[in-house]
Write a protein that binds this ligand. Sequence first.
Ligand code: GRF
Length: 220
Amino acid sequence: MLNIVVLISGRGSNLNALIEQVRSYQIQAVISDKPDALGLDIAHDAGIDTFSVLRESSQTLIQHKQAIYAQVEALQPDLLVLAGFMQILEKDFTERHRGQIINIHPSLLPAFKGLHTHQRALDAYHSSQGQQTLHGCSVHYVDYEVDSGALIAQAECPIYASDTTDTLAARVLEQEHRLFPWVINQIAEHAIHYQQKYVDFSTQAVQESRALGFQIKVPV
Ligand code: GRF
């Protein structure tokens, strides 16, 4: 059984999807950098151990993050899952845990790294006169640059002329809730392997990704 620790900062809808679609992994604990993150209630209701690492308990932001790293390392998970965790991880931490941290990002990377992805996708749609009609989400391994690292899989959704950032965000979130648990179950079942710059998939994972409509990059 793959032990995962989930880092959150807010609402926790992805955490909820991970709880509901658990198959081959086990959520060992949820850690939040915000004591009032709604996701902590979701974890608590599911009987999962929770830890809040308070900003006020540390003098500097770096010390705050180091306290989070110490909490993660005390738990020794097989995989650290960033599910709406709004902090940038330091290079020494990501290097120490290379291939053991994954993140979900609400865009089709490498497009729209960083924040406000739905607004930027809508802007691109309008400035291309409705040519750029695809948006979606990506799950990737984490390295020391923001929203980069080996891409694992993506789920796409359409952009419509009538979309607002809210309607578009909701459509992407539906895809996030399908994609993220699938990826983690595949990692737990040894069907997805980290290989430094790229990701290796079992034949079954490739077939399943096609059946589910997810995009993965496989060597041809
Ligand atoms: C999601 O859109 C995720 O892609 C991004 O932050 C948001 C978190 O939402 N990294 P939730 O807390 O999982 O509801």
